[in-house]
Design a protein around this ligand. Sequence first.
Ligand SMILES: *Cc1c(COP(=O)(O)O)cnc(C)c1O
Length: 380
Amino acid sequence: MAYIPGSGVVSAGVADLVADVVNRYTGLADASPGMVALEAHLVRWLADVFGLPASGGGILTTGGSMAALSALVAARHTQLGEDFADGTVYVSDQAHASIAKAARIVGFPARAIRIVPSDADARLDLAALRQMIADDRSDGRRPAVVVGTAGTTNLGVLDPLPEIADLAVEEGLWFHVDAAYGGFFQLTERGRALLTGIERADSIVLDAHKGLFLPFGTGCLLVRDVATLQESHAGDEAHYLQDLAVRDLPSFGDLSPELTRDFRGLRLWLPLHLHGVGAFRDALDEKLDLAQHAYDVLASDPNLEVLARPQLTVLGFHAATDDDTRRIIAEVDAEGRAFLSSTLVDGRYVGRICILNHRTDVSRVDEALDAIRRHAAAAG
Ligand SMILES: *Cc1c(COP(=O)(O)O)cnc(C)c1O
């Protein structure tokens, strides 16, 4: 329950065994049209799940960071062209570090990343964002991209996506949603309600190695208009590939920095077909329930303070002092049964629980909660 836990479903391992043994080349459509079609249909299904239009598309990546990189390449190319040094990218102070890292790799100067404060609920502060955009315009900068996080790494909080989408339209910005942790809750009814507004994004980052319990190395980038990805990533004509005529299928090599790549599609396709989407929905619903259960148990403990009722499956808690909280985490972890981590919220040391492994059931959660309460009682 530390950081954002991974899982690893067995059927995905079987899919990888098959994919690795047949070893088909999915960088270009013509080399393996069947496998490319399978992966392209899967990406299309994901675009539908997130309400993107027919122009939408995307690519399976190794993870959220690589997906963010390609999203920013597409956004930069579309919004700013080749001379982009005066462009600006707005992220909240709760955004994942992968965004600033991607912006740096993409070539933005450090001053291009504009950190917007978050409000008392740890959500991006819209009034502050508006003011920063106005100030930047009057300073001669070109506001280009606004990032909303759908499930922050710190506390699993969602930024106000519909309001950010409105602002992006008003200001002519690219609207990027980092849903690496929270995105797949879209499969549940509660998650879908929380994620309202994501369907208006220009680009969305998802991590199937988080929310779909798949092995590490399984991320996804979805874009509203696949042409933006193609135009910003496709290389010049490569004569050594001229025998591979273009078919009515995407060439993944034109949509990301990679040409040769592992065949990631089967790793999603097989588990989804074998277990059914409903199995994933049920598991995600169970995690949402478990986070509420953890909140109820810890909030009723007089030795503990819980920061907020979780929106998704992360909650932060605090004992009487920072030192007590730090000691509780260290003692729980030292028992070797539950593994928790911590973060800083408004300068305070906060214990953190993130429930996302598909094997984490109520008995595991109760065991962890008991340990936290036991050590909190000893500290108090
Ligand atoms: C995990 C995470 C990332 C980074 O994804 P990787 O798959 O680790 O590269 C980005 N944003 C958020 C919100 C995350 O939780």
